[in-house]
Design a protein around this ligand. Structure first.
Ligand code: ADP
Length: 168
């Protein structure tokens, strides 16, 4: 059922932040169909299970303002990213870039992926200035120490994160 340009935006989304949503919004200006790939066996050791992360992303996509959810699919994947992209007939891979910190890792990954599959291009997008500094990792740290995370995540993610912290 492939129509138009299909992009995959992969990540851990532990949990989804305003930074991720900004990249999703921008991606929809480029692709017709966007698959948000939630990495299930992530080496970062996520605090939410992959089912929980998928559910949070789905909820976020539905609730976010001016986001055409009909063009978005959320799927988890536990295989090599390029295999996941091939299985879904994706044309491009979308990654977000934050300042300098992401560059080294992203540069290497894009290079490796380009060798694994020469027909899928990696496209880097920058979040707008106010979201550039947000990372799931710092959101979790601030939340664990009872800081206010309302500027970084949506109210429902905030609620779920506070709940999750109580179980850790
Ligand atoms: P994190 O690095 O915060 O744990 P993910 O692994 O879920 O996040 O990231 C998925 C993708 O989204 C990566 O390409 C990452 O660089 C990008 N990303 C995450 N947060 C932001 C942000 N605030 N601005 C731009 N890109 C971001």
């Amino acid at each position: 059922m492939k129509k138009g340009l299909c992009g995959i935006y992969p990540g851990t989304f532990d949990p989804i932040t305003h930074g991720h949503v900004d990249i999703i919004r921008r991606s929809l200006k480029i692709v017709d169909h966007l698959i948000i790939g939630v990495a299930s066996n992530d080496r970062k050791g996520p605090i939410f299970s992959s089912e929980e992360r998928v559910a949070l992303v789905k909820e976020e996509v539905q609730l976010a303002d001016n986001l055409d959810a009909s063009r978005i699919e959320v799927k988890d994947f536990g295989i090599l990213l390029m295999h996941f992209a091939e299985q879904n007939n994706a044309d491009i891979l979308i990654r977000g870039l934050r300042a300098f910190t992401d560059f080294d890792y992203e540069f290497q990954m894009a290079g490796m992926n380009a060798r694994l599959n020469t027909s899928i291009e990696t496209v880097f997008l920058m979040a707008s200035e106010q979201y550039q500094f947000i990372s799931s990792r710092f959101v979790k740290e601030v939340c664990l120490l009872k800081g206010d995370i309302s500027k970084f995540v949506s109210p429902h993610v905030q609620k779920e994160l506070i709940q999750k912290m109580k179980t850790l």
